[in-house]
Design a protein around this ligand. Structure first.
Ligand SMILES: Nc1nc2c(ncn2[C@@H]2O[C@H](COP(=O)(O)OP(=O)(O)OP(=O)(O)O)[C@@H](O)[C@H]2O)c(=O)[nH]1
Length: 297
């Protein structure tokens, strides 16, 4: 979510990992970055120009800039592939208006291209201070779940800003949903929202059961090691589950392509057959348009 601390946490991670990591910035509208990206969308696309040239508002310009950048993503992949012997992690910062990435065609192109070449993991950065409210917590979890559902990639939840607020209660809500129910009863909110929250909490219980989570602070660097352990186990999960799923999807696509090819071939054979029949009915005479060509091909 905007302001949850993605960029600050990125900076902390890059300091921690040093030359082991390669950094990409995908936010075309950002004016200041507390880290130096190796690849920066702003070097390729001029966000302000996109706004005036295409007559767009700020959000439309972010989406269009991402679309323009995604058309060149093959070149980015080539660069990344050439770096695999020297780097261990590729970290990608997304735009503040997260939906412009998660719900856009370019976001899908970028994540799916990456995941076909590298184990790819999404990190959902939560503002712990704000998430201690029942309704904000639930909104964040629904959003995180929808992102995982859409991308079909393993996810790590980084409960950020723990220098300001402990994440203990949030972890308890995820581990045991009866504690979330208790917290909800305490809010004294209208019963409709309580009953909705109850149903949602039960639904999300399955989501929490496999979700990797850790507590971090982008400001102090606390929890980075725990985060990297989560990334490691999400990486294994990528190969065990998501990779297989992707291969199946790829096989399905290839099979679909084969079926279309077969169908086209059948149609072509039928056309040739029909053509032959027509010609034999005409007594094998040449058509009007092939005068002088004995082969008739
Ligand atoms: N105390 C504290 N403040 C933090 C932490 N992480 C980020 N902040 C502050 O939270 C605000 C937003 O941080 P950003 O890193 O810009 O958040 P972001 O998610 O990248 O923001 P957008 O890209 O605009 O959505 C800034 O004022 C940061 O200084 C943290 O761990 N602790």
């Amino acid at each position: 979510m905007a302001g949850s601390g993605k960029t600050t946490y990125m900076a902390q991670l890059t300091r921690h990992l040093g030359s082991e990591c390669y950094i990409i910035n995908l936010d075309p509208a950002v004016t200041h970055l507390p880290y130096t990206p190796s690849i920066d969308i702003r070097d390729t696309v001029d966000y302000k120009k996109v706004m005036s040239e295409y007559n767009l508002g700020p959000n439309g310009a972010i989406v269009t800039s991402l679309n323009l950048f995604s058309t060149k993503f093959d070149s980015v992949l080539k660069i990344l592939e050439s770096k695999t012997s020297t780097i261990k992690h590729i970290i990608i910062d997304t735009p503040g208006q997260i939906e412009s990435f998660t719900w856009s065609a370019s976001g899908t192109i970028i994540t799916s291209s990456l995941s076909l070449s590298f184990p790819t993991i999404m990190t959902y950065v939560c503002d712990t201070v704000r998430c201690c409210q029942v309704s904000t917590f639930m909104s964040n979890m629904l959003y995180a779940c929808s992102m995982m559902y859409r991308s079909r990639l393993p996810m790590v939840i980084a409960l950020n800003k723990i220098d300001l607020q402990s994440s203990k209660i949030i972890k308890e809500w995820m581990d045991d949903y009866s504690t979330f129910m208790d917290a909800m009863e305490c809010t004294g909110e209208e019963s409709y929202y309580n009953s909705l929250n109850r149903s949602l909490a039960m639904t999300l219980d399955k989501f929490y059961s496999t979700l990797k989570r850790c507590s971090v602070s982008g400001a102090t660097g606390e929890g980075v090691e725990e985060y990297l352990q989560c990334v490691d186990s999400a990486r294994s999960e990528f190969f065990e589950g998501f990779w297989k799923d992707m291969e199946t999807r790829r096989d399905e696509k290839i099979a679909k392509g084969e079926a279309v090819k077969k169908e086209s071939l059948k149609r072509l054979e039928k056309d040739i057959e029909d053509d032959k029949k027509l010609k034999s009915e005409d007594g094998g005479e040449k058509g009007e348009g092939v005068k002088g060509d004995d082969d008739g091909a």
